[in-house]
Write a protein that binds this ligand. Structure first.
Ligand SMILES: C[S@@+](CC[C@H](N)C(=O)[O-])C[C@H]1O[C@@H](n2cnc3c(N)ncnc32)[C@H](O)[C@@H]1O
Length: 291
């Protein structure tokens, strides 16, 4: 079962308590500003408590003492930034995560997509790609894959590389098979992969129409018009101002009557265009741009 938000406070939290919270906030803001100006990654409006926890985790892992020390190292050593990016970008994911969503998508959204000659989908914040492979399988089973172009983007180059390779851990296949069946899968899940390289390699036919690319939801612009945008379990890490900004980007990137999919704990609450969407399917976070 995928854990969405890791709340474990590292033992360096002992050091945290020595901090004046106001001073700590200043140091963290300076570090985030430095990361933005040096590397272009903008974490300044991510949810503070979560960012703070992750910074302390990295401080501890690197054997450092405080935020300022981490700042000095991050600014001078790109390898530390690479490791910190993995901590900050939380790449937890799973195949057919929330199977009821895939079932609803199959039953409610696919019949609409069937009427389109060409379909553009965008998985924003795709992490290691499990969600993209799941959608590709669904689209193949529904006979729509050949008409689709899927854009799979993430801020993190390391996870995108894994996504492109399509090799996933063998020990999660049982969980994924159960998810696949619960999602209304039509074949044997094992038809889609072979055991290889100590894991499983998914069929290259699934990524034939997928473009994997770096894209930062905070700093980059829209790059096409989409019929479906899926951004699941990404906005939970953003504060409300940043959520509003990203929702603006999604609204501008969606074709009229396009579908927006969010994660189970996410909503349109902070979208400046909330009134322009219709809730599409009961409990699932599927919305349709109606104006
Ligand atoms: C928890 S994963 C979600 C993966 C997948 N969508 C799912 O629901 O299983 C969140 C992903 O969002 C990405 N992310 C975080 N901030 C981002 C940003 N500003 N732009 C693009 N992707 C971002 C992270 O790198 C991470 O891979």
């Amino acid at each position: 079962m995928a854990v969405q938000v890791d709340d474990a406070v590292p033992s360096a939290a002992a050091a945290v308590s020595r901090y004046d919270p106001e001073l700590e906030r200043i140091e963290i803001e300076l570090l985030l500003e430095g990361i933005y100006r040096s590397y272009g990654f903008d974490f300044r409006s991510y949810a503070y408590a979560s960012i703070r926890r992750r910074l302390w985790k990295r401080i501890e892992a690197e054997g450092l003492h405080d935020v300022s020390e981490l700042q000095a190292r991050v600014l001078h050593e790109p390898q530390i930034m690479e490791r910190l990016l993995l901590d900050l970008s939380i790449n937890v994911t799973a195949m057919f995560r929330d199977p009821s969503f895939y079932r609803a998508f199959r039953e409610r959204v696919i019949p609409i997509l069937r009427t389109y000659p060409f379909i553009r989908l965008w998985h924003a914040g795709c992490a290691t790609g499990e969600e993209v492979y799941s959608m590709a399988i669904l689209l193949q089973e529904e006979g729509l894959y050949e008409r689709c172009r899927i854009y799979a983007t993430d801020i993190n180059e390391v996870v995108l590389q894994t996504a492109k390779e399509g090799i996933f851990p063998l020990d999660r296949m049982q969980e994924y098979t159960e998810n696949y069946i619960a999602a209304g899968g039509k074949r044997a899940f094992s038809d889609y992969y072979v055991a290889k390289y100590g894991g499983v390699l998914f069929s290259p036919s699934l990524t034939k129409n997928v473009v994997f690319s770096l894209h930062n939801l905070v700093t980059d612009r829209s790059f096409a018009e989409f019929n479906v945008i899926l951004c699941r379990n990404v906005l939970i890490y953003f504060d409300k101002t940043l959520q509003a900004k990203v929702h603006g980007l999604f609204y501008d990137s969606l074709a009229m009557f396009g579908i927006l999919v969010l994660g189970s704990k996410e909503s349109l609450r902070f979208s400046p265009k909330v009134e322009c969407y219709e809730q599409f399917n009961g409990p699932e976070k599927i919305f349709r741009k109606a104006r």
